[in-house]
Ligand binder design. Structure first.
Ligand code: H79
Length: 423
């Protein structure tokens, strides 16, 4: 196994031997999900004995080389008395997110469910003994949100045979295959048999895993739940859909894909307050959907289970935007127009949508040459505002003089746009 796996370098290839998973239908329609990074790293929140960790909060154990026996004592302080799974899932609903992926086990090995395989969990070593996977899965089911689980299959810094921790465990004597067979697969069995429908297993950092091992994991998941999606980071070009690097926006991706994005500069909770604005998030969603992909936006609850209020405000603003403009996002596909100077396009069966980043302050929005349009409307809270359409020598022009742009990201719905095949 590689010493320090990196989350990148994932291809968009899909297993040529597997048929396309029918569950991709919900995934394509959903477009926007909530990633939840929660674990004992939320307790130190980026500082160990006063020393700041240099990178992401959930990497503190690795980056400060904290001995496993010392780190594991954090579980005794994992005491999220006030955590309410329905509040978290309601936030996802208010934000317009259609699926949720929870870190059942991140690289540090802490488990958010009652597992037989270790006591380093939210139910055994932690005083309150709460099954966080169970609580959130139930809240998702009640709210109609698809529920998925992140599971770190290669790195586990508290397991002697897994990748990632070479300060406690000698890499020369690690039995990685034994860890996969005797720890990873039994844990996946617990997760895939104990909580009803699991819609997605989200693996990470596959570097160093063999094709045989990746295939074994995919088959294990699909044997237990055939319609559970597996993300591309199971490794070796397998999985049901492609995965970008963290926070990456690909230019010309093919197939079904997803980009995981942070809400600030970390996945696990720290004191970082550089929240991405609702506008930035809307632009990320617009770019991704215009290129056929999904956005999985992270929240990192604090040690009590609370999402910082400044991030809640941005999520609610996104939810408001999706209330008025969601027709351009949900159940849409790649748009017909590429390389627009002023924004991006998506398409449904009835309409083409223009997501306009650079609003012409005075005047007209010029559509690509050769495009004719019957009518155009700006999507608003009140429904829509009709826009004047006229033809110039170059093509259709939308009159925007005196029209206020959207506070988050303006979306124009075109009816009767001349059909252009998606690229
Ligand atoms: O779960 C989130 C991250 O923790 C995980 N993927 C997302 C979804 C992830 N795993 N690995 N990476 C991201 C890449 C990590 C790279 C770094 Fe480092 C970790 C850069 C700094 C800390 C390892 C240590 C590489 C350089 C120093």
């Amino acid at each position: 196994m590689a010493d320090i796996p990196d989350a990148g370098q994932i291809t968009f290839a899909q297993d040529p031997h597997s048929k396309s998973n029918p569950a991709l239908k919900w995934f394509r329609e959903a477009r926007f999900g909530m990633f939840v990074h929660w674990g004992v790293y939320a307790i130190p929140a980026g500082y160990w004995n006063g020393k700041p960790t240099p990178h992401m909060g959930e990497w503190i154990m690795h980056d400060l080389k904290i001995p496993a026996e010392e780190y594991k004592q954090l579980a005794a302080s994992f005491d999220p008395n006030d955590f309410d799974a329905t509040e978290l899932v309601d936030l996802a609903v208010r934000a317009g997110q259609r699926y949720l992926v929870l870190t059942a086990k991140h690289h540090d090995g802490f488990c958010l469910w009652p597992t037989e395989l270790t006591s380093f969990s939210s139910t055994a070593d932690a005083p309150l003994g709460r099954d966080i996977v169970g609580e959130i899965s139930q809240a998702c089911r009640e709210r109609g949100i698809k529920f998925g689980l992140y599971y770190s299959q290669t790195q586990d810094w508290t397991h002697p045979d897994a990748a990632g921790n070479d300060w406690d465990f000698d890499p020369e004597t690690k039995d990685f295959e034994g860890y996969l067979q005797e720890y990873v697969k039994p844990q996946l069995t617990e997760l895939l048999t104990g909580y009803g429908e699991i819609s997605l297993i989200w693996f990470d950092t596959p570097q160093g895993i063999t094709a045989q091992q990746s295939r074994d994991l995919v088959e294990h998941v699909h044997k237990l739940q055939p319609y559970c999606l597996v993300n591309g980071r199971v490794g070796n070009g397998l999985g049901d859909y492609g995965q970008t690097r963290d926070n990456e926006m690909p230019d010309e991706p093919s197939g079904d894909w997803e980009t995981p994005v942070t809400g600030n500069g970390t996945w696990g909770f720290t004191d970082n307050t550089e929240w991405k604005s609702a506008h930035e998030i809307a632009v990320t969603i617009a770019k991704a959907v215009s290129r056929g992909g999904n956005v999985l936006l992270n929240v990192g609850p604090d040690s009590h289970g609370a999402v910082p209020s400044a991030q809640v405000a941005e999520l609610e603003a996104i939810g408001g935007w999706l209330q008025r403009c969601g027709a351009s996002i949900y159940e849409t596909r790649r748009g017909p127009f590429r390389a627009l100077e002023w924004g991006w396009s998506t398409a449904s069966s009835d309409h083409v949508y223009l997501l306009v980043e650079n609003w012409p302050v005075q005047g007209d929005l010029v559509l690509p040459a050769g495009v004719s349009v019957e009518s155009a409307r700006l999507l608003t809270d009140a429904g829509a505002t009709s826009l004047g359409v006229h033809d110039s020598s170059g093509g259709a022009v939308l009159g925007l003089t005196g029209i206020e742009p959207d506070a988050v990201l303006s979306v124009i719905e075109l009816t009767g746009a001349r059909e252009v095949a998606p690229l």
